[in-house]
Design a binder for this molecule. Structure first.
Ligand code: DX5
Ligand code: ZN
Length: 218
């Protein structure tokens, strides 16, 4: 069970301190938005480089951008240990995943709530992680879309059947009240933005999310 706090709604002016708060987590999730693939603009390579420099945990870059085929490799060079791009945006997802892996990072494939994962189940071994979005990407603080849970289960079952250690990540609206539902459905990697950074004690929030997820281990 892996907890990956998203720094999207942290105080980015104090990036190093904000990252320090999540030293008890497994990954730091960095949301890259380009105002084309999603209707919001966050940041790009320089912030990922800075996060890499200051983070106590490895960087999980989530690219919500068009043309990831062109840009994703640069995020590996910037120091991300995991790079996730969207199925809806990639022209050649297999080629791109192989390129990311070839550079030494984990390759993740993200699917929006309305995107079926079925076409990728035969290709699961090409990816280290499948990210099932539990909100429409673009903003933090949105409610968890629980109808995505069958898709989470579909990926988990396909991975088990093939004997793969594929990580299944959920992102969006993950909190103390939704994380167990996702864990029971088969997720093992949980992105949480507001649930961590809007809490009084971010470290405590991470520990609580971990405790709840571990309680559902199957
Ligand atoms: C949404 C981003 C998420 C976001 C999650 O497009 O991909 O990572 O930061 O924020 P919460 O946990 O507040 O939904
Ligand atoms: Zn994200």
């Amino acid at each position: 069970m892996l907890i990956s706090p998203s720094i999207l709604n942290s105080d980015i002016g104090r990036l190093a301190e904000e990252l320090d708060k999540i030293s008890g987590a497994d990954w730091a999730h960095v949301d890259v938005m380009d105002n084309h693939f999603v209707p919001n603009l966050s940041w790009g390579l320089p912030v990922v480089e800075a996060a890499k420099r200051y983070s106590p945990v490895p960087i999980d870059a989530h690219l919500m951008i068009t043309d990831p085929d062109r840009w994703a490799p640069a995020y590996v060079e910037a120091g991300a240990a995991s790079v996730t791009f969207h199925a809806e945006a990639a022209a050649a997802p297999i080629r791109l995943a192989r390129e990311i892996r070839g550079m030494g990072a984990r390759a993740g494939l993200a699917v929006n709530p309305a995107t079926p994962v079925t076409p990728y189940l035969e290709l699961l071994d090409e990816f280290d992680m499948i990210l099932c979005m539990t909100v429409e990407p673009g903003f933090g603080g949105q409610p968890f879309i629980e109808q995505v849970m069958p898709k989470v289960t579909q990926v988990r079952e396909a991975a088990d059947k093939k004997g793969l250690q594929t990580w299944v990540q959920v992102d969006g609206g993950v909190s103390a009240s939704t994380i167990e539902m996702a864990a029971r459905a088969g997720a093992n990697n949980f992105v949480a933005g507001s649930a961590v950074y809007k809490a009084d004690d971010a470290g405590e929030a991470v520990a609580e999310l971990r405790r709840l997820a571990e309680g559902c281990r199957h």
